[in-house]
Design a protein around this ligand. Structure first.
Ligand SMILES: *Cc1c(COP(=O)(O)O)cnc(C)c1O
Length: 489
């Protein structure tokens, strides 16, 4: 076994031990052969681990401690950051009336749940400045794809089927070109200028009668606000295209500026980022989309509507809808968390969140800029990008710096993204971290930069404290070893 590794629960097994005793059977026993076909009935006892309650609890606690999460340390991953996960969210999501409801229940018996969903939609309309919201899609990328299908349906309905291209900046999140491709469009890249913004002249040259839409995030993934957004809107609307807003990370602008007011026609949000849903490992997410009135009739169905003063229900009568994109009604548990968060913060609270997110990011950027190269020396929004190019000249790459951070119990920042900055590190501190935490991380980054100069091997050989050092990350992702092979000897 590797040093520091935990034994598997099977390896802890000792015959006869149990962690939980079932109550005595108080109904007549059943003969399985009357209920199940023979082929489904086990011939030998299953080899399950036998372990005491306390040992079992320690086993899982030990495993969970090997994971990095925001409950165990700072997590400044840019863009896809796990933001705040307030504990009250979990309490609300577990309330029996919500947790034990079922999507097949009759409308009249889930009025409370429908009211929460409807209210959440209303809040998201106000936050984004859009006319209609559908909560159905289960992830940011799915929201992108859904809205692009709607944009396609809109152009088709206008007899405008030659709009085959979606414009995406070179700094865009990878899901943008991927969603456009899956939705059947061809992507066209628009370059960034030397200020990290969309190059307007280049945009004019790629926009045309074949443009279906542009996908933008503002602030962009460099953390910079597209100041020319009104010009961009006019160029795209001028050629008959639509503006799509990637709102996965809205924590720089809430209660400050709204995608709808910037001229966007469609937007997705990640409730599992900005609106405090936990995420990771492909767990349940929620990527609602908001659209303006022109696109609303193409929304996925059913919509959740208010039927009269007191009754909520589903609207299926939507002849132009693109259809369903998710079984049932999306991930309700994440709606509850987002709703709890929005209600507990209120509009002023959300504004304060954005101000703190921006303040924290600028503070870190300014303290790090002497040590690391800062490619765009301007105020940032909720995140910023620095480059490890000075350290690379010493033979220490950004990947090595990221690995070395693990030794100090930090989740590394996003690295080598966006693609237009070499050796880049994209850092998002989020709004909820204290100055002491930010300083601790910055001091560690400065220490690692000093090591790169004076003792590079310690960085090149990092991590030193984890059970496994450097993995072949591609192999680990493509061919994960997830099954326990019992030792037969
Ligand atoms: C996270 C993220 C997405 C994709 O969201 P998923 O829920 O992971 O599909 C899209 N765009 C940006 C900018 C993001 O940060």
């Amino acid at each position: 076994m590797l040093k520091g590794a935990s034994p598997l629960v099977f390896e802890r097994s000792v015959e006869g031990r149990i962690a939980y005793s079932l109550p005595e059977l108080d109904v007549p026993g059943q003969d399985l052969t009357n209920i199940l076909e023979d082929k489904y009935i086990r011939k030998e006892k299953a080899e399950l681990p036998e372990i005491s309650e306390l040992d079992l609890m320690r086993h899982y606690t030990e495993l969970s401690n090997k994971n990095h999460g925001i409950d165990s340390g700072f997590y400044p991953l840019g863009s896809c950051t796990m933001k705040y996960n307030p504990k009250i969210n979990e309490k609300v999501a577990r309330m029996a009336g919500f947790a034990s409801s079922h999507p097949l229940q009759n409308e009249s018996s889930i009025q409370g749940s429908l009211e929460v969903v409807y209210d959440l939609q209303e809040h998201l309309k106000e936050i984004t400045g859009m006319d209609e919201i559908s909560l159905q899609s289960a992830a940011g990328a799915q929201g992108e794809w859904t809205a692009l299908l709607m944009i396609k349906a809109f152009h088709d309905a206008n007899g405008d089927s030659n709009r085959t291209k979606v414009i995406v900046p070179d700094s865009a999140h990878g899901t943008n070109p991927a969603s456009a491709t899956v939705a059947g469009f061809e992507t066209v890249t628009v370059k960034s200028n030397d200020k990290g913004r969309v190059d307007i002249e280049h945009l004019k040259s790629v926009a045309g009668e074949d443009t279906a839409a542009i996908m933008l995030t503002n602030p962009n993934t460099l953390g910079l606000f597209e100041e020319d957004i009104i010009t961009i809107r006019d160029i795209i609307h001028g050629v008959g295209g639509k503006l799509y807003y990637d709102g996965a990370n809205l924590n720089a602008i809430m209660s400050k500026v709204r995608p709808g007011d910037m001229g966007f026609d469609a937007v997705h949000l990640n409730l599992h980022k900005t609106f405090t849903g936990p995420h990771g490992g492909g767990g349940p997410g929620s990527g609602p989309i908001g659209v303006n009135a022109e696109l609303a009739e193409f929304l996925p169905k059913p919509l959740i509507i208010k039927k009269d003063d007191e009754t909520y229900g589903f609207e299926y009568n939507m002849p132009k809808s693109i259809g369903r994109v998710k079984p049932y009604y999306g991930n309700f548990g994440i709606y509850l968390r987002a709703y709890t968060y929005i209600r507990s913060m209120g509009p002023d609270g959300l504004k304060h969140v954005s101000e703190n997110a921006v303040l924290n990011a600028n503070y870190m950027m300014r303290r790090l800029q002497g040590t690391f190269e800062l490619p765009y020396d301007e105020h940032c929004k909720h995140e910023f990008v620095i480059s490890g190019s000075k350290q690379k000249a010493l033979g220490v790459r950004t990947l090595d710096i990221a690995k070395r951070l693990l030794d100090f119990n930090y989740h590394p920042p996003t690295i080598y993204f966006p693609l237009n900055v070499s050796e880049c590190m994209m850092i998002e501190p989020t709004e909820t971290e204290s100055k002491e935490t930010l300083d601790g991380f910055i001091d560690t980054m400065i220490q690692i930069a000093e090591e790169a100069e004076n003792d590079p091997d310690i960085v090149l050989e990092a991590p030193h404290t984890t059970v496994i050092g450097r993995l072949d990350e591609t192999l680990a992702a493509r061919k994960p070893v997830l099954r326990y092979e019992a030792d037969e000897s």
